[in-house]
Design a protein around this ligand. Structure first.
Ligand SMILES: Cc1cc2nc3c(=O)[nH]c(=O)nc-3n(C[C@H](O)[C@H](O)[C@H](O)COP(=O)(O)OP(=O)(O)OC[C@H]3O[C@@H](n4cnc5c(N)ncnc54)[C@H](O)[C@@H]3O)c2cc1C
Length: 223
């Protein structure tokens, strides 16, 4: 456990030895016969006889105590040494790392720390500018900053996305100075819709330069 709301999940397998990961890759865990929950690799590190796949997981179950949270419960129930089935990870066409040299803007929440970690590593390797803005519960801010030291981490308020909306409103001019950025919006679905409108209509980004991937949404199970 990294903090009250964040958990580092490390999955080791000899089968991972030949594999790589790209930012935006997604894996899934089966929670019932027909249902899966999705998670984002933060990194893949070679170890003796295989590799370790790391995922940063938000422990959100206590926020929605009156609803079933099978993904949360599955991961919370694992202990070291358990056998776990991992789906082969990949990125979708609509949400994948741009292979060019443009600066990158990432907006997300605590579920997006894993993606931010993967992006930070790749951007550093490629010498690209990355601005990550992560909205995280106050008790998880320090842990988020130690995982993604270059990110702007804003403490979440009562409603998802409101702290990021405020950050965007205060930073319109700074965002206009980014030269043709590629923007990635992930995390809370309803917040992503608002943030995309602000980036297009207020900051002036080209809609085609914005990629979105809802990770969860108010009132919905298992995106
Ligand atoms: C492509 C993709 C990549 C993802 N990567 C990650 C990742 O790397 N790390 C990570 O932690 N999560 C990640 N998620 C989010 C994670 O899959 C969801 O939080 C998922 O809904 C958890 O499943 P559950 O069964 O616990 O809850 P569900 O059955 O899906 O939902 C039950 C209730 O919980 C609410 N809920 C779900 N998630 C949250 C949340 N985070 N905060 C508050 N309420 C919530 C829903 O609105 C619903 O009311 C990713 C999702 C997608 C689609």
């Amino acid at each position: 456990m990294l903090s009250p709301g964040l958990r580092r999940l490390v999955l080791r397998s000899p089968d991972f030895a030949e594999l790589g990961t790209d930012p935006c890759d997604v894996t899934a865990f089966r929670v019932s016969r027909v249902d899966y929950r999705h998670y984002t690799p933060a990194g893949l590190e070679p170890v003796d006889g295989g590799a370790d796949l790391t995922i940063i997981v938000q422990r959100h179950g206590e926020h929605v105590a009156d609803e079933p949270t099978p993904g949360h419960d599955l991961i919370e129930g694992w202990t070291a040494g358990d056998d776990v089935r991992v789906c082969q990870w990949s990125s979708t066409r609509a949400f994948r790392w741009h292979e060019d040299d443009s600066p990158v803007l990432l907006l997300g929440d605590a579920t997006v720390i894993s993606l931010a970690t993967a992006m930070q590593r790749r951007a550093t390797r490629e010498g690209r500018d990355l601005l990550s803005v992560l909205e995280v519960p106050v008790e998880d801010v320090d842990a988020a900053l130690s995982l993604v030291p270059d990110a702007v981490v804003v403490p979440a308020g009562r409603e998802p996305g409101i702290a990021t909306d405020a950050w965007l409103a205060e930073n319109v001019e700074a965002l206009r100075l980014l030269h043709a950025p590629k923007a990635y919006l992930a995390g809370h679905g309803q917040s992503i819709q608002r943030q995309r409108s602000v980036l297009c209509d207020v900051v002036g980004l080209d809609r085609r330069s914005i990629r979105t991937q809802p990770y969860w949404a108010t009132g919905k199970a298992g995106l």
